[in-house]
Design a protein around this ligand. Structure first.
Ligand SMILES: Nc1ncnc2c1ncn2[C@@H]1O[C@H](COP(=O)(O)OP(=O)(O)O)[C@@H](O)[C@H]1O
Ligand SMILES: [Mg+2]
Length: 378
């Protein structure tokens, strides 16, 4: 899940008290009781709002145990839909994790656990462990970016076929991370008082209202994963093409949206740590368009939507620093690159950036990749 969403919404409840903090002993007891498993190793995995573990049961039998923070644990329907989406993607041949039911056949279990600040209720799930390493850990070549764009587009086309009686829950109308909700950032802009970047953020929001919001009706709707970032995508070496995507993780930010939102989110995160960030969109876009070419309105909004995602990330991080100053160092480091990319894109302006993104995509060096890849569809 995108870092700090819980803390953003629940200033009244300290993050430290919502985030689970199970000991390894508690994990062993829990997985024995719920899944009848006895892991030989328990390794913590990173998480900002929840608690995740890699459980090694035997050499080729590994799982991810996810313990959801107590705030989000109050919404089991959303979690059930996320698990449903993962299973659906997996069935359709995409590399998503699947859920292992408890011994009584449930896809998740609401557990009373005391993590040191009184008994609270936490939703617990066990997922498959996928092979590979996060994209964040490998040098991001044009080929990987192409693959990421292609996978994001495929994922969204497949999610469009998904059926579920509670799909309306994905509307998430006031969801701060939805690119439909950029104006919701306005009440929080004071977190940037005194920072010259505040003016850029204000201008981006204004442009969103005048140029993007009236055009939403021209964008094609779909269900967005919503957090296609470099820690949520796993890759594995692949002999013929370099790397292939071996995992799409973390459906915590899934919501109803538009295809172009997913693309903008993917481009923004792939730019973040890239040494030549202005070329990232060319590669991601080429991969994306090998599956679903953008229509004119979507293409015209892409630049601003990428800027909007940078703004969301920046405002939420700054807000979180104010609520939880103990995380300041971590959050300030992660926002630094974002600020620099936001300002650079803003200063260059839409026309110049689009020329670089779109013209270069048209003369794309990897145009032969689609044929190579078609032969080995996931
Ligand atoms: N199946 C898996 N295979 C490999 N690494 C994983 C797997 N699941 C989780 N991880 C690692 O744990 C991290 C957090 O998992 P994720 O599902 O994204 O949780 P969160 O919602 O807390 O971000 C990932 O960024 C990745 O590094
Ligand atoms: Mg994640």
């Amino acid at each position: 899940m995108t870092c700090s969403f819980v803390s953003f919404l629940s200033a009244s409840m300290a993050l430290a008290e919502s985030k689970p903090n199970l000991s390894h002993l508690q994990v062993s007891e829990l997985v024995k009781r719920l899944f009848d498993l006895t892991p030989s190793q328990i390794h913590p995995l990173p998480s900002y709002d929840d608690q995740n573990f890699r459980l090694v049961v035997s050499e080729d039998n590994e799982y991810v145990l996810k313990v959801m923070n107590s705030e989000d644990s109050q919404n089991p329907t959303l979690l059930e839909l996320q698990s449903h989406a993962m299973t659906f993607l997996h069935k359709k041949g995409l590399p998503a994790q699947t859920v292992l039911p408890t011994t009584s056949g449930q896809v998740m279990s609401l557990e009373d656990i005391d993590c040191g600040f009184g008994v609270q209720k936490y939703l617990v799930r066990l997922l498959t462990y996928l092979p590979g390493t996060t994209i964040a850990k490998v040098p991001c070549s044009p080929q990987i970016l192409y693959e990421a764009g292609k996978m994001a587009a495929k994922m969204d086309t497949v999610l469009q076929e998904m059926e579920h009686p509670q799909l309306h829950v994905l509307q998430r109308e006031k969801f701060i991370w939805s690119l439909s909700n950029i104006p919701l950032l306005e009440p929080y802009l004071h977190v940037m008082d005194g920072d010259p970047v505040q003016q850029v953020v204000k201008s981006v929001i204004q442009l969103y209202k005048t140029c993007v919001q009236p055009k939403l009706g021209s964008f094609r709707k779909c269900i967005n994963h919503g957090d296609f970032n470099d820690h949520n995508i796993l890759v594995q070496p692949d002999d013929s093409t370099g790397y292939k995507i071996s995992g799409i993780l973390d459906f915590g930010d899934m919501s109803s949206g538009y295809y172009v939102f997913e693309l903008a989110i993917a481009i923004m995160y792939m730019m973040m740590e890239n040494p030549t960030p202005l070329d990232v969109a060319r590669d991601v876009l080429a991969g994306w368009e090998s599956v679903i070419p953008l229509n004119e309105a979507e293409r015209d909004a892409l630049y601003l939507l990428v800027l909007c995602r940078f703004c969301q990330s920046l405002v939420v991080a700054r807000h979180t620093v104010m609520q939880h100053p103990e995380n300041k160092d971590y959050l300030m480091i992660t926002t630094k690159a974002g600020i620099s990319h936001l300002c650079r894109l803003w200063e260059l302006g839409k026309e110049v950036v689009e020329r670089r993104w779109f013209q270069n995509a048209a003369q794309y060096p990897g145009k032969e990749w689609p044929n190579v890849l078609q032969a080995q569809e996931v």
